[in-house]
Structures are given as C-alpha cells and as structure tokens.
Write a protein that binds this ligand. Structure first.
Ligand code: SAM
Length: 327
C-alpha cells in the first residue's frame, strides 16, 4: 500500500499508524500541571536538567532573527527558550492535538500556568501533524528555509520503520538552509542496549523509569541488530508511558549523511553536563533552574535514580552541508 502521498518509497502499514496514534493519544491526554504539581513531581530535577540541556543547545546554536522549526514541539515548553535567543520566526508541529492546543494557549499568553509573561516577540505558526509521515516540505513551502530545526525527545518515534525515519530526515533536510543546524535529544541506544544485555530478562529500570522489550527481541535477535523497528515500552514516572524505538547511532549517522547532514557532535547527557558545566554562563543557568547541587558533582540536585534516567539520553547536532557535488 502507498501512503497518502502516493510515494512508493515511503510505505506505511496499519500497525505503524496505530502506534503513531497510540503515541499521539498518550501525549494528548497529558494535561498541564500546576506549578505546585510540577514541583512535587518525583522527576522534577530530571525535568530541570532536561530543560537545561535544551537551553544550552539553543543558546549554542540559535542566532538572533533565526527562523526555527520545532518538530514534535509538544506543549511549547521551549517557547521561552527560543524567545530568550531572540529568534525571528517559529513553526511548531506536533502529532498530539491536545499538546498543540496547549502550545497555542501558551504562545497567546492567556493562561501560562508557570508565569504570567509578556507576549512572545516572534510570530509563530503552530500545526498538528505527523512529522514522520507528512511531506513537510510541501506543507511549509512558504515558511522555508529554516535556519535551525529542533527535535527534542521525539526523533525516536520515527524509528519504527525505515520509511518514517527517512521521512523525518528528508523533511528536515528539505526545509533547512545550507549551513543550517539540526539539534535534538533522544534516547541513547548504546546505553539502552548495554543495560538490556546486563539485565536478567527483557526489562530494566529503577524507581523513576522502566524499559520493557518485547519477547521478539531476545538477546539472540538483538545481537543481529535490526536498523529500524526495535520496539520497547518506556515508562517514566509522571511523564511517559509509550511505545518507543531504538535509534542505533551508526544507522542514524549514516542515514543523516544520506540526507546531506554532517555530524557536529553527539554526546550522552552525562557527558554533556560534564562538558558544559565548565562554562560559567551555563552553571548560572543551572542555578537559576534550581538544579545546581552543593558539591562539584555533575549530578546536581538529581536523585541517583533520576541521574541514571538522565543517562538514557543523548544530544546531537547535525549541520546541513553547504554544497554537495552530486554524481
Ligand atoms: N519537544 C517537546 C519538549 O521537549 O518539551 C515535547 C517532547 S515529548 C517527550 C514527545 C513529543 O513528540 C510529544 O509531544 C508527541 O506528541 C510528539 N510526537 C511523537 N510522535 C510524533 C510524530 N510522529 N509527529 C509529531 N510529533 C510527534
């Protein structure tokens, strides 16, 4: 069967669509928390650390006046970060209707539950759609080219099939200007597969998270390692309960190269914290977010279980190559 674009190379089957719907419904159903609920969350310090990581990426790579594409933007949790970077234009897309609705409310400033604030200075376009299925170059033809694309904690939802992973990268590549950057954070496949190998069965975790692999991914099969479609169920206390897919790093890197990206860096979150906490402006940011510990430890105010959950993620920066001689 062909997908809605009738593109033979991008096949979608029913089960893939069902999973995408499951992910969308999960995120759509998550309501906004009050400030009190947020502060009482068992993973509040992990959330603060993840916000710090996203802020650092944005501060490192966004320039004043940039046109930004935020893939899987969720409820618009990064709008304030982009505003601080003084961007010129923002397009946010998410598959979850409820999240886009919350994002719109937040952008309009009517009911920001965290703080009353002035309106955002940049114009924005917010859309609901499946970023890993739809031809975004067609939908956003008039908004392109973008200077920077961000996909935070969401690219792994595209790795269910090769077609979706390709669509994700093709979309970003088509919409970024040459020299533009693609920043993101996603699960670190190396850490997850290592933990699976060390686990007794097909599951591992701690008090804040758990990961379950389906029986079909017994260790034997896992070793023969498929590039796409390795599904697990991820539970993160007070945040996620969803099917997710392994993104083997070498596959990600070589597929990105096919779509004219070069890798600037990829770092596990622990390494990322260690590296950027050497810079005083980012230490100050950690302090302002309330995640700076007393000692010299990178772990800051995170509990040991939250710190282990942080280790499951990595950040990446890709750059769209300026010009490529095609054969
Ligand atoms: N990027 C936001 C952030 O960092 O706060 C949200 C991250 S949340 C963990 C993952 C998001 O990915 C959800 O909002 C979900 O609806 C979105 N998502 C998952 N699959 C998607 C798809 N196929 N197309 C667009 N958004 C998707």
């Amino acid at each position: 069967r062909h997908n809605s674009q009738g593109d033979e190379n991008f096949l979608e089957d029913e089960s893939t669509k069902n999973y995408a719907r499951k992910v969308a419904d999960h995120y759509s159903a998550r309501s906004n928390q009050t400030l009190e609920e947020r502060e009482a969350s068992p993973i509040i310090h992990l959330k603060k650390l993840n916000n710090w990581i996203k802020s650092v990426l944005i501060q490192l790579y966004a320039r004043r006046g940039d046109a930004v594409l935020d893939l899987a933007c969720g409820k618009g949790g990064d709008l304030i970060k982009w505003d601080k970077a003084k961007i010129g234009y923002y397009v946010g897309i998410d598959i979850a209707e409820g999240s886009i609705k919350d994002c719109r409310t937040r952008y309009n400033g009517d009911a920001d539950h965290h703080q009353r604030r002035k309106k955002f200075t940049f114009p924005a376009r917010l859309l609901c759609g499946d970023c890993y299925e739809v031809r975004l170059d067609k939908v956003l033809a008039e908004d392109a080219p973008f200077d920077i694309c961000s996909c935070q904690f969401a690219l792994h939802y595209s790795w269910s099939t090769e077609a979706r992973a390709r669509r994700a990268l093709a979309n970003v590549s088509a919409l970024l200007r040459p020299g533009g950057v693609f920043i993101g954070t996603m699960p670190d496949a190396n850490v997850i597969t290592k933990k699976l190998r060390e686990a007794e069965g097909l599951t591992f975790g701690n008090s804040v998270y758990s990961v379950w692999f389906d029986k079909e991914f017994s260790d034997k099969k896992f070793k023969s390692s498929r590039p796409f479609g390795i599904k697990y169920t991820f539970h993160l206390e007070d945040a996620v309960d969803c099917p997710e897919w392994i993104v083997p790093f070498h596959v990600f890197k070589s597929l990105a190269e096919e779509y004219d990206f070069e890798l600037v860096f990829a770092k596990n979150s622990h390494e990322f914290v260690h590296e950027y906490m050497k810079r005083s402006e980012f230490v100050d940011l950690m302090r302002r977010l309330g995640a700076l510990g007393d000692g010299n430890q990178d772990q800051g105010t995170l509990s040991p279980d939250e710190w282990e959950a942080a280790y499951l993620y990595m950040s990446f920066v890709l750059r769209k190559v300026r010009s490529k001689v095609r054969s």
